[in-house]
Design a protein around this ligand. Structure first.
Ligand SMILES: Cc1cc2nc3c(=O)[nH]c(=O)nc-3n(C[C@H](O)[C@H](O)[C@H](O)COP(=O)(O)O)c2cc1C
Length: 402
């Protein structure tokens, strides 16, 4: 994405350098615009070095009104696919809410047709002032997004709200706000399961698998980015993604109960979790002592979550499963599709440890029409976006009766 990062005159301006670097590392092109006050807190040299792009605004070499055959504020306004102002002062919020444009950043904000996102930071008294809140309400009414500040000890020594949101959360909000929404998925509720389940043998030993949950988490982010409301049911230890309603579970039974609680309200499910198929028949409340010679553990089947959801699905709901197979994977996936009455199965080839834990992966969709062209190899975040695009196209065809 081509991002204009506006930086205004607050102490939190130093955090914009970290944000600029994070966004650039994620593959975005980032051009910074400093206000005159912003340039008192952070230098253009820092920002240019981190982004590899020019820095604009209050800077003696690249002044706002330098002689230039192009009209810079319009060129930048057109270049941007998203404009984010981080940190945003009370002053810039007031100017933008009222259509004032007396420097490069405020002029770009008025001229651009790109989505705009604000991450305000200021003293608690300023933040709570009705004038600031009214300005924010006005900006929201223009369709702008606001990443609310958090609470904490502020640079002025006061404790309260007004502290710039976490840089990682702002980067996620930029991703969400800058991604075009897909008609077939916007405001739809998508249930996603992800991660391993754990079946305890005793208080210290557990029965699990190599899944980390990374693929399902990236899918949750990708559905969120295109406008879906995501309900994630997550096993494992990875942190929950920002902006996604998440229920944490441990066992297959807990995952089933969480899914059943949300299924009736959902438009569809993507079951990416690697649910342990078996669990110890009688978990022990005390640590099981070792014995002499061979020992036996009796395993029983855990509930088949996908089959249970599919069995009670309505005609308007869709069901997408995952299959991790180490041999004859397309054949097994076709059987799973038919047996559980799924709309699609995304097949992971896990031979030689592929798929689990690695960052680059390929998924082969199998539908009633048979195996489809593979998606990937791609890093899991891009793979998730490609899967969502692929599925949205199929939903569109389904809705138009093709
Ligand atoms: C040390 C210092 C820290 C400041 N921190 C903030 C702040 O966190 N938030 C804010 O809204 N204004 C803050 N201000 C006030 C703004 O810098 C001032 O309103 C300025 O005119 C903003 O200009 P700009 O919006 O064009 O960057 C601070 C001022 C100083 C001197």
């Amino acid at each position: 994405m081509r991002i204009i990062l506006g930086i205004t005159g607050g102490v939190a301006a130093y955090k914009s350098a970290e944000l600029a670097r994070l966004l650039a590392n994620q593959g975005h092109r980032v051009r910074c615009i400093l206000t005159e006050a912003g340039a008192r807190f952070i230098t253009p040299l820092t920002l240019t070095s981190l982004t590899g792009e020019p820095c604009y605004g209050a800077n003696p070499d690249q002044g706002e009104w330098r002689a230039n055959p192009s009209i810079e504020h319009i060129e930048l306004a057109r270049w941007a696919e998203l404009v984010a102002v981080v940190p945003a002062t009370a002053n810039i919020l007031g100017k933008a809410a009222n259509g004032l444009a007396n420097d490069l950043l405020s002029t770009v904000l008025l001229a651009t047709r790109a989505p705009v996102l604000w991450a305000p930071a200021m003293n608690t008294g300023m933040w709570e002032h009705p004038a600031v809140q009214a300005n924010l309400a006005r900006l929201r009414s223009f369709g702008h997004a606001v990443v609310e500040p958090g609470e904490g000890v502020l640079a002025c020594g006061e404790e309260g709200s007004g502290k710039l949101a976490e840089v990682a959360s702002i980067a996620e909000a930029i991703q969400v706000h800058g991604t075009p929404k897909l008609r077939t998925l916007k405001d739809r509720l998508v249930l996603i399961t992800s991660g391993p389940t754990r079946e305890d043998l005793d208080p210290v030993r557990t029965f699990t698998n190599h899944s980390t949950g990374a693929m399902g988490i990236e899918l949750a982010r990708a559905f969120r980015d295109v406008g879906a409301k995501v309900q994630l049911v997550l096993g494992g230890d990875l942190p929950a993604p920002w902006g996604v309603e998440t229920v944490r579970v441990r066992s297959a039974q807990q995952m089933l109960e969480a899914c059943e609680a949300h299924w009736a309200d959902s438009d569809g499910v993507v079951a990416a979790a690697a649910v342990a198929d078996q669990r110890p028949e009688t978990p022990s409340s005390e640590k099981v002592k070792k014995g002499d010679g061979a020992e036996t553990m009796v395993l029983v089947r855990t509930p088949d979550i996908l089959a249970r959801l599919s069995a009670v699905r309505r005609a308007d709901q869709w069901v997408v499963g995952f299959a991790a197979e180490s041999e004859r994977h397309l054949e097994h996936a076709s059987a799973k599709l038919k047996q559980k009455k799924l709309d699609a199965v995304l097949v992971n080839d896990v031979q030689g440890g592929r798929a689990f834990g690695i960052q680059v992966n390929t998924l082969t969709p199998v539908t009633a029409q048979g195996p489809q062209p593979p998606i990937g190899p791609l890093p899991k975040d891009q793979l998730a976006h490609a899967v969502v695009q692929w599925w949205a196209l199929r939903l569109e065809a389904r809705e138009s009766g093709q």
